[in-house]
Design a protein around this ligand. Structure first.
Ligand code: FES
Length: 412
């Protein structure tokens, strides 16, 4: 494989120059990210299938904004989002992460709310002296559903809608068929690092041969592509997508008997799942867009903090939620096709176990990276061409942080 130096970086409209470390360690920069990114951008919080039935609900914590968001589906199927805050004395209303309820009772003094957010009951109401119940419902939060994905926006009046926010990236990803979206396998971890250090760890494959030699190194790197060169990269305003290499001839070493039987990342996992659905999924233009026979996965990095990874076996979302400048919450969701046999089930479980081993290798590294960044030993980092998704992400973050308006942040 040959690559012109700076091919992808130039395609992204960026220059091959050192990148400042201040955005990874500056408290002032983090405050700007909080106000100008996480309180203004549309944030992906899950899939509609997670609240598939009337009265289902989920709670999403957005620590960077100090917010807890309650997302409900009412009896007529309408989905809404609210601040998870009681109107009486601002207790957190719902303490579970998900469930099904025809109403919500505050644990403090038992005010009750309907799934549409309206206030239903107040014990001892007469003693409030003419409480205006109609104005004491839950505070709404902007919510949008795009292709089955749930997004919230913490701005009281979002400047732009979800379609405009996603722009051409939305058109690019539109129409992908997501299997088994209602039953993801979820993994979360709180890490002592900036959210961008965490996101960067999942946004390039240059590190794979070095950090993951015993897990996926042999699959994602070979003598033909030893340093994880990208197969493809595309840039869409604040968003980006990159296609990673996989060795189609990879065979697990003889000593890894379980891998020999079960692990088949590059050629697909779905031997007995709905073949038509898998073919439909794989034929989408945004899935392996270069139509390469050495494709392993696409990293669709949705601004600011979501990577929607598409591989032959399904979809994984990696999310990187800031908590403080130096702490973040990582959340992975595996959306796998429903298996029809024990063999496929075993394959999928082994796949998830292997990916999680890999993720743990990544996570074990990020805290050391942050510590070293905070030491002040370096002022800049150096990104090579195949780390372009990171460079493009940092550029978009910086544009949002410096822009007075969202329109300006997404402008060409
Ligand atoms: Fe919720 Fe009092 S704070 S009922």
């Amino acid at each position: 494989m040959t690559t012109k130096v700076a091919r992808w970086t130039h395609a992204a409209g960026l220059a091959m120059e050192p990148v400042s470390l201040e955005p990874y360690r500056s408290e002032a920069y983090f405050e700007l990210e909080k106000e100008r990114i996480f309180k203004r951008a549309w944030l992906l919080v899950g899939r509609e299938e997670q609240i598939a039935n009337p009265y289902d609900y989920v709670v999403q914590e957005v620590e960077v904004a100090g917010a807890s968001i309650l997302i409900t589906r009412d009896g007529k199927g309408v989905v809404r989002a609210f601040h998870n805050v009681c109107s009486h004395r601002s207790n957190q209303l719902v303490w579970n992460r998900k469930g099904s309820a025809r109403g919500f009772k505050c644990p403090y003094h038992a005010w009750t709310y309907k799934p549409d957010g309206s206030l239903a009951g107040v014990p001892g109401e007469a003693d409030f002296g003419g409480l205006d119940k109609a104005n004491c419902g839950l505070t709404p939060v902007a919510l949008a559903i795009w292709e089955g994905w749930l997004f919230i926006n913490l701005s009281p009046e979002p400047e732009i809608g979800i379609e405009e926010f996603l722009g051409d990236f939305g058109k690019y990803l539109s129409g992908i068929r997501y299997n088994s979206a209602a039953t993801p396998v979820v993994f979360t971890a709180e890490m002592k690092c900036n959210w961008k250090v965490l996101a960067d760890a999942f946004g390039e494959s240059y590190h794979i041969a070095c950090i993951h030699p015993k897990t996926i190194g042999g699959i994602f790197a070979s003598k033909d592509n030893a340093s994880g060169k990208l197969i493809d990269a595309k840039f869409f305003g604040s968003h980006r997508s990159g296609s990673m290499y996989g060795d189609p001839d990879y065979v697990a070493p003889a000593r890894q008997r379980l891998d020999r039987m079960l692990l088949n990342i590059t050629n697909g996992l779905s031997q007995d799942v709905d073949a038509e659905a898998v073919a439909d999924f794989l034929s989408h233009p945004a899935v392996n867009p270069a139509r390469s026979n050495t494709w392993s996965l696409d990293v669709n990095w949705m601004f600011p903090n979501t990577q929607l990874d598409i591989n032959p076996g399904g979809v994984i979302t990696h999310q990187f939620w800031p908590i403080t400048k130096d702490t973040s919450r990582y959340e992975a969701r595996f959306y796998m096709p429903t298996p029809k046999s024990m063999r496929t089930r075993l394959q999928q479980d082994h796949f998830i176990a292997r990916i999680m081993e890999t993720v743990l290798e990544d996570l074990s590294n990020v805290e050391r990276t942050q510590k070293a960044i905070n030491s002040g030993g370096k002022s800049h980092i150096h990104l090579q061409d195949n780390e372009v998704l990171i460079r493009h992400s940092l550029s978009a973050v910086d544009k949002w942080v410096r822009s007075e308006t969202v329109k300006e942040a997404i402008s060409a």
